[in-house]
Design a binder for this molecule. Structure first.
Ligand code: CMC
Length: 428
């Protein structure tokens, strides 16, 4: 491929360099376009053709169904690594050795105490509040309780903010769930692994010893790894753009949680389960819902299907489908919702509408079934996604800060009214 792209406008030709990635991807670097052309910009709603940054964190090939963190395949990491190792890999670029991993975990544990006054904020939320809204607010509130974390002008200060959020976030996740359920709030047990401790904080009953179930711990570890990063998706782009104004890490993560909440993004895992439960209640007629999904006058979409980038299969969905079968079998859970999911998947994969538009099950299609088998309430599913995505958000934020990226500030084409005189209220 040539290393120059030419754009011809109004008889003038402008030349722009082609940028090449390590996986042979190419982009036209138009950063000088506006200055060189006297005001010309590009427009790309939904950023379908726009690269917002150059990144070393995650590689994704949507056509081939490839997902790699820092060069390691998602299949390999899901099988062999644990969530904390993957978090370290994403954030710092290399898998940790034993000493590095132990230090990282110790630093996280040392920073896992959440100011007790945060409970007062939690108390003020109605029990009906959605956990994603609560989590986003509490994460933002962490800034007020840890004001020194906003200043991250050295790698050491950045590290301190990173271990603080990794330590406190699982506590906020557990508190958000327990508050809704009217259960007492606790700080967990720092002798346990990261995921085991999270589960204990979420599920320990006040009148019983907590018993770790390794099947559940391993399955959750795997789910968190599969969600840990996904390059420049909606919430990650949000984290990078908020962070580019030098708002602190916690404020940037809080905005990422809000972006993730929507049903077209992370909120899809809750939407999938509600959809499957709705189909079951309605008699289990999957063909009826397939027809609704294809009917353009009906707003219903098959949740958990389709992806902006994956146009062949979502590699995460493949792993999760197998895991869902295993977990349900290991736990001895028979869930009729799994049969509905299987039927929908089969019908969609054979249906012209879905085949022509390259719509395949995505990461969210089967994850809710596993969360449900673990006893996690449906409204908490997207919170679990947020916990999994936390290392990715941190890694992308850190990269953006270390690269000294400029503040994100897109432009627009204005199509409103031209200048007009003000008319006083009595004459309007
Ligand atoms: N059910 C029915 N039709 C669909 C679906 C669906 N789930 N997804 C896309 N389409 C159709 C859409 O109507 C359009 O048809 P046409 O070309 O006739 O107008 C075509 O497929 C292309 O869709 P699009 O909305 O232009 O595609 P997009 O890349 O902008 O959107 C998406 C991707 C994920 C938002 C979309 O597929 C969707 O809404 N899926 C359901 C929600 C979901 O599962 N989201 C989770 C995504 S994975 C988790 C994450 O990383 O966030």
């Amino acid at each position: 491929m040539s290393d120059i792209a030419k754009i011809e406008v109004g008889g003038k030709t402008y030349e722009f360099p082609i940028v090449e990635g390590t996986e042979n991807e190419h982009a036209i670097n138009i950063s000088k376009l506006r200055g060189a052309s006297g005001g010309l910009i590009t427009i790309d709603p939904g950023y379908k053709n726009t690269g917002s940054c150059i990144s070393e964190v995650t590689f994704l090939d949507g056509e081939k169904g490839i997902l790699r963190y820092r060069g390691y395949s998602i299949e390999n990491l899901a099988e062999k690594a644990d969530f904390l190792e993957v978090a370290y890999l994403l954030i710092f670029g290399e898998l940790p050795n034993e000493e590095e991993l132990n230090k990282f975990h110790d630093d996280i544990k040392k920073n896992s105490i959440v100011d007790d006054d945060i409970k007062k904020i939690l108390d003020a939320f109605p029990k009906t509040a959605h956990p994603m809204g609560v989590l986003s607010s509490l994460t933002s509130a962490l800034t007020a309780f840890n004001s020194s974390s906003v200043d991250v002008n050295s790698e050491e200060k950045m590290y301190n903010s990173i271990v603080k959020i990794l330590g406190k976030f699982p506590v906020l996740v557990a508190w958000t769930m327990r508050k809704k359920q009217g259960l007492p709030l606790d700080y967990g047990d720092s002798s346990l692994g990261y995921v085991e401790n999270l589960l204990k904080m979420m599920f320990k009953k006040p009148n019983e010893e907590y018993q770790n179930n390794p099947i559940i711990t391993d399955a959750l570890d795997k789910l968190l790894i599969l969600h840990a990063d996904h390059e420049q998706n909606c919430s990650t782009s949000t984290v990078r753009i908020v962070g580019s104004s030098h708002a602190g890490l916690f404020a940037s993560i809080s905005s990422g949680i809000s972006a993730l909440w929507g049903p077209l993004h992370g909120g899809a895992n809750q939407a999938v389960l509600e959809m499957l439960a709705g189909i079951q209640e309605d008699g289990g007629d999957t063909e009826k819902y397939m027809a609704k999904a294809k009917d353009k006058s009906d707003p219903f979409r098959l949740m958990g299907f389709g992806h902006r980038v994956y146009k062949n299969f979502d590699p995460r969905a493949k792993i999760i489908k197998v895991a869902a079968n295993e977990v349900l079998e290991d736990l001895g859970v028979e869930d009729p919702i799994l049969d509905i999911a299987r039927a929908l998947e089969k019908e969609a994969l054979e249906d012209d509408y879905f085949v022509a538009r390259k719509l395949y099950p995505n990461v969210d299609f089967y994850s809710g079934i596993i969360y449900r088998a673990m006893g996690i309430p449906t409204e908490m599913f997207t919170v679990m996604f947020a916990l999994g995505r936390l290392p990715g958000w941190i890694a992308q934020w850190r990269e953006m800060r270390l690269n000294k990226e400029p503040i994100g500030r897109p432009r627009q084409i204005y199509t409103g009214k031209n200048l007009r005189p003000f008319v006083s209220v009595e004459k309007r």
